[in-house]
Design a protein around this ligand. Sequence first.
Ligand SMILES: Nc1ncnc2c1ncn2[C@@H]1O[C@H](COP(=O)(O)OP(=O)(O)OP(=O)(O)O)[C@@H](O)[C@H]1O
Ligand SMILES: [Mg+2]
Length: 352
Amino acid sequence: MAKLLEVRNLSVAVRRGRKRLYAVRDISYGISGGEIVGIAGESGCGKTLGALAIPRLLPRGVEIAGGEIVFQGRNLGVLSERELCRIRGQSLSMIFQEPMTSLNPLMKTGRQISEVMELHRGNVPYHRGDFSALCRKETLDIMRKTGLPDAERIYRAYPHELSGGMRQRVMIALSIICRPALLIADEPTTALDVTIQAQIISLMKNINRELGTSILFISHDLALISQLCSRILIMYAGKIVEEGRVGEVFSRPAHEYTRGLLFSIPSREHKGAALANIPGRVPSIEEFVPGCPFAPRCALSHESCYRVFPERKQLNENHWVCCNLPNVSPLRREERREGHAGFKAAGSDHSG
Ligand SMILES: Nc1ncnc2c1ncn2[C@@H]1O[C@H](COP(=O)(O)OP(=O)(O)OP(=O)(O)O)[C@@H](O)[C@H]1O
Ligand SMILES: [Mg+2]
């Protein structure tokens, strides 16, 4: 079956004078209809720029430097701005960490949602007055679906009158009012407290189940990804370094980076224990690394890892890794508890 979204060899670059610095380097993946896919990775790995490239919403000075994005069988790279606008409003939406940046502070929240609907479904054959009433009713329905209490009151409220969790729900209502085929959610719960986070995750599940919307969910939080997603992409330094079904990647990670991220999840039985962070840091986009970008932080790296860029290897039907020496072994409980003894201490150099 054709994929809903196919990202093929996508590269995204930041312009610095005459130079192009690559924030996303030659990534490929697909999302099927109704699927929820997670993207994880430390800060600066290119998750956001990779996602913003899909609806062509990259900030100034950042551009697509290669590859293709095919959505519902159409190559988005060749569409006019007008056609793209239609797709963004109707079949592909995005939500961000801070909803205030996307909501209009001067307009009542309900009106903002129904306006989107009027704009994008304006071709429905209704008498104008009836159509507005219909939009208002559907807006209230969608607001209730997102769990907003007292939808009538919130319809009339301005964004600043709402709590962070309510604003995020309004943002989600806004993004699903046209029943998009794909919702890209970039850290939608990071600014919210844990209880609200859990509610937003269950709302995402409902949207997926009831509307059949596919979701690309970007998060630092692997625990949230495991609750929501069926497949995960792990990004490091602009590359997808591991990809697979969540159950398999979490229990048998093949990339040392993935293992490191997994050790950083606080376990239930050791609440309050210090997180085992991965020593070292993500290379900046200015630093060119000829071999594996993770080699300086990887306990298993060999001298060749600093020279040879790792090929993508298929481990089984649903599991891929980009590593010269993949180490597929089950994640042991005690490893997680003790932190990852396998990582080099921060700042330690490679000796080959
Ligand atoms: N508007 C921009 N102009 C220049 N460089 C940028 C811009 N946005 C991001 N970058 C750089 O591109 C790289 C990837 O950034 P991106 O925001 O995609 O990372 P991220 O994985 O989403 O990180 P985070 O988890 O912090 O959101 C980083 O090195 C960042 O500094
Ligand atoms: Mg980001």
